[in-house]
Design a protein around this ligand. Structure first.
Ligand code: ATP
Length: 312
């Protein structure tokens, strides 16, 4: 069942079209990746989804409630972890949670219980009395996440949650996303321009560029759109520049590189013949110790569909 239905969303700033007829469905329990380079329109779409901005066309239905017609019911189901950290610096983590809890109309023992739970979920129990200004960027992000969880949202929207944080906090956020999804069944919408994160976490995705859909659907299916290219790594010893040159000339080989103890080939699946490669290596008396096929990364998928790299 779709818990979020994005229906034909169009958004213009002045005469610039920032979202052009964007549609997709997120199902209950998904970890859904919304990806695209800077300026693709991800934050604008999230702002429309959370009622901060209005779209000119289309609607977003959250658990059956339209963000246009029934914004309170729609927003009640969402916890947002914004890209910009929104916390009070001069008071403690606990006091921040009390303040934001009150905004969700939580009070008394219930608020206390929720604060204890979200501090535990984000690994900040020991830091609860510390002032936020003393927190690292990663800890601030985790506290931002704790705030978003106070009202037990069914849907958690995370806008670039790992930008500018240390590896430890990043891992913590990854583990947290996986756990809350598995144990509480929370649906997650995760936006990022870091492909490896989306690759690791998400089962479904929507790739966008310049306000438009590039590809969407189940991760493996999206990957298969990369034009049937794969990467082969052969563990060998003794390959030379001359070997590299002759392998490059083989049918279906798009690129070849000799590394210290391996040969790496980018191949076009349809054209490439493994037997021919093996024969050549045998003739050259190059022994193969291992062979490893890898599917294309999402980075390569984006490149093959748009001709552009995702990185700035
Ligand atoms: N308030 C605004 N007025 C005018 N243009 C805007 C406004 N907000 C965003 N834009 C433009 O809309 C486009 C999409 O921006 P948006 O922030 O949604 O992209 P993004 O995919 O979230 O990128 P990033 O990862 O950098 O946040 C950009 O070209 C941006 O300059």
């Amino acid at each position: 069942m779709a818990i979020i239905e994005v229906k034909n969303i169009t958004k213009r700033f002045g005469n610039k079209i920032v979202l052009d007829n964007v549609s997709f469905n997120i199902h209950k329990g998904d970890i859904y990746g919304l990806i695209g380079p800077n300026g693709a329109g991800k934050s604008t779409l999230i702002n429309i989804m959370t009622g901060v901005l209005e779209s000119q066309g289309g609607d977003i239905i959250i658990d059956g409630f339209s963000i246009k017609e029934n914004p309170l019911e729609a927003k009640r189901r969402i916890g947002l972890v914004p890209q910009e950290i929104a916390l009070m610096e001069t008071v403690s983590a606990y006091e921040n949670l009390e303040f934001f809890g009150a905004l969700y109309h939580l009070k008394g023992p219930l608020l206390k219980k929720r604060i204890t739970e979200v501090l535990e979920l984000t690994g900040l129990e020991e830091k609860r009395k510390e002032k936020v200004k003393k927190f690292s960027g990663g800890m601030k992000r985790r506290l931002n996440l704790a705030v978003a969880l106070l009202h037990y949202p069914e849907i958690l929207i995370m806008d670039e949650p790992t930008v500018g944080i240390d590896p430890q906090s990043r891992n913590h956020i990854f583990e947290f996303v996986k756990n809350i999804n598995k144990e509480k069944g929370t649906t997650i919408l995760y936006t990022s321009h870091y492909m490896e994160e989306v690759e690791l976490l998400c089962n479904e995705l929507f790739i966008m560029d310049l306000g438009k859909e590039v590809a969407s659907g189940e991760k493996q299916m999206v990957k298969s759109l990369a034009g049937g290219n794969s990467r082969i790594q052969l563990k060998t010893f003794g390959a030379t520049r001359e070997t590299e040159k002759s392998l490059r000339e083989l049918k279906g080989v798009k690129a070849c590189q000799i590394e210290e103890d391996s040969i790496v080939l980018m191949i076009e699946d349809k054209e490439f013949q493994l037997e021919v490669l093996l024969k050549i290596l045998e003739q050259k008396q190059i022994k193969i110790k291992g062979i490893n096929f890898q599917e294309p990364s999402l980075e390569e998928v984006f490149l093959s569909l748009t001709g552009k790299s995702l990185r700035e």
